[in-house]
Every structure is written in structure tokens, then in C-alpha cells.
Design a protein around this ligand. Structure first.
Ligand SMILES: [Zn+2]
Length: 234
């Protein structure tokens, strides 16, 4: 599984359960983190006196690495800055290389819109762009061209404003404790721990309401970019 995260913690809040679940099943999960979120998503760190941008980046890198470790995933940082993320040609090619080498069976990234943080749609666009390039026989990089792995968009912080309607609810109850421990790695955003616990619980209730087993306590929501191909509708 390949996960493209705009900032250091996005993958933890939005898809930590999914990452932990697949890792627990023996999947190789690799996270591409475009930015440390040093300017826009590190409020806690900036409250400390004498903080510098380099120090914030170090803190976020450490937190994020610890979280990925807890979830059982690998992580690579591109350090593309934030506010705005600048996706260079080198980053694009680095991501194409990742797609071609890993040949992911599925891809997770941000939704296409987010009026609160335009870095998130930028990460969405970079993901689709590199997936498309990785498929092209003529794209001049080594490696086997990519097939067509499905792309799942994880839930934005304020889904209504982003036009996000859950189309998939994944039961993450068995790994919830792991996700919670990963969230606790994010000291710079302590205010979000409870928020995302509530969200997971709410999505869990909705999963049961939509026909899931009554044992579901926590779930994560996704939307698909491309159609699901299936031989059966039920
Ligand atoms: Zn973010």
C-alpha cells in the first residue's frame, strides 16, 4: 500500500487505522510524506519560546517517524515545504519511482478539495499525476510501468466543506489501540487526539448502521477516485 500524505501527521489522523490494519495483515505499507507541515500544522511546537523552522521540522520528522513505526509502516520525507507545498520535478520523479518500484495494490491520499488547507488538494493532484506518469510506457524513468491501483481518498478534517461523502467505511476496531498510540506521538497537535477518537467512533456506529457486524466500534471513511471493478454487486 502506498500512502501520500501532505504533512507530517495527516496520515495518522485520517488513515492510521487502515495503515495499521494492513500492516497487521503482513502488507508492506509505505508512506510518502511531502512536507513536515512546519508552518501550517505545528501550532504546539511554535508556542515554545525560541522555536526555529529547522527545529520544528526536526520535531515533526521525529513524531511522524515514531507514528509510522507504531503503525508498522515505512516512511519517506520529501521536505517540499508547506504553505505552500512546492512539488518539484524531482519530487514528481521520486514519486513515480516509488510507484514503479512498489507496484502498490492500493493507494491512499487526500481528497480533491479542502478550502482550509490548499496543500491537501495539492497532494491529491501530485498523487494522481505521478500515478498517471508511472503508468505511461514513454515516461523516461526506469522500472516497470504501473497498472491501475485503486485510489482511496481519506476523510478531510471538515468533510462537508470539502464535498466529501463517505463511500467506504473500513472497520479498524482491531487496531484502534495502535492508531491511538500513533496519534499520541503527535505532541504538536494534542488538541486533535480526542477529535479523531470521536470521529472514529462515529464512523464505527455508521458502519454498523450500514450493515456491518455489531462488533464494529471504530471505522475510517474513504471515497474512491476511480470506479470499483467487480463481478458482483453484493
Ligand atoms: Zn495536513
Amino acid at each position: 500500500m502506498l500512502v501520500v500524505s501532505a504533512h507530517a501527521a495527516d496520515f495518522v489522523w485520517r488513515a492510521g487505522g487502515t495503515i495499521a490494519l494492513y500492516a497487521s495483515r503482513g502488507w508492506r505499507v509505505r508512506i510518502l510524506c511531502l512536507s513536515f507541515g512546519e508552518r501550517g500544522e505545528s501550532q504546539g511546537a511554535w508556542k515554545e519560546p525560541g522555536m526555529t523552522i529547522e527545529r520544528v521540522k526536526e520535531i515533526r520528522r521525529a513524531e511522524s517517524t515514531r507514528a509510522a513505526d507504531i503503525l508498522g509502516a515505512e516512511i519517506r520525507f520529501f521536505d517540499s515545504g508547506d504553505y505552500p507545498i512546492v512539488v518539484s520535478q524531482a519530487t514528481i520523479d521520486g514519486m513515480v519511482g516509488e510507484f514503479r518500484e512498489l507496484q502498490p495494490a492500493l493507494v491512499l491520499t487526500h481528497a480533491a478539495a479542502d478550502p482550509y488547507n490548499l496543500d491537501h488538494p495539492m497532494a491529491h493532484q501530485a498523487t494522481l499525476q505521478t500515478r498517471i506518469y508511472a503508468q505511461a510506457l514513454g515516461y523516461p524513468l526506469p522500472g516497470t510501468p504501473l497498472g491501475a491501483p485503486p485510489v482511496f481518498m481519506f476523510e478531510p478534517h471538515q468533510p462537508e466543506q470539502c464535498g466529501f461523502t463517505p463511500g467506504v467505511l473500513l472497520d479498524v476496531t482491531p487496531v484502534w489501540d495502535t492508531k491511538h498510540r500513533a496519534m499520541e506521538s503527535m505532541e504538536a497537535q494534542r488538541h486533535l487526539w480526542e477529535y479523531y477518537t470521536d470521529l472514529g467512533r462515529r464512523r464505527g456506529v455508521q458502519a454498523v448502521r450500514n450493515g456491518g457486524p455489531s462488533g464494529i466500534k471504530y471505522a475510517e471513511a474513504f471515497e474512491r477516485v476511480y470506479p470499483q471493478v467487480t463481478a458482483n454487486l453484493s
